[in-house]
Design a protein around this ligand. Structure first.
Ligand code: AMP
Length: 118
């Protein structure tokens, strides 16, 4: 059984957060340290630590994450100009919280995908 993180407490509403969407498979809430005018995290309700831990039985939740991202992007007024979805994985990906999550970022031009090498 994978270890819980603070995100499980958010999903169960045991600690405060600004929840934007919740259903039986996924929860979406605003990032506490927003990097863009819209910065929402979309997470499976089940603890899946990283992308490397995904299995076939998680496909419904992962698919739902995308449909919820599209729905929230529309609600946030991002669909026309576009937005970015990011999933970080482990150390080199810069993952800080080991409960798989998708960042939905938008509301301004987001620049290049990666910091350029010097
Ligand atoms: P990552 O670096 O991809 O693991 O992203 C983790 C994200 O979780 C960061 O953007 C944090 O700002 C965000 N975060 C951490 N704790 C909370 C919290 N309690 N509520 C909302 N967002 C959080």
């Amino acid at each position: 059984m994978a270890e819980e993180t603070i995100f499980s407490k958010i999903i169960r509403k045991e600690i405060p957060s600004e929840i934007a969407y919740q259903d039986d498979l996924v929860t979406a809430f605003r990032d506490i340290n927003p990097q863009a005018p819209t910065h929402i995290l979309i997470v499976p309700n089940k603890v899946i630590p990283t992308v490397s831990d995904v299995s076939c039985e998680d496909e419904a939740a992962l698919g739902r994450m995308f449909s919820v991202a599209a729905r929230l992007a529309e609600e946030e007024g991002l669909s026309g100009d576009g937005y970015r979805l990011i999933v970080n994985c482990r150390d080199h990906g810069g993952q800080e919280v080991y409960h798989l999550h998708m960042h939905l970022l938008g509301g301004r031009p987001l620049g290049p995908m990666l910091a350029r090498r010097q």
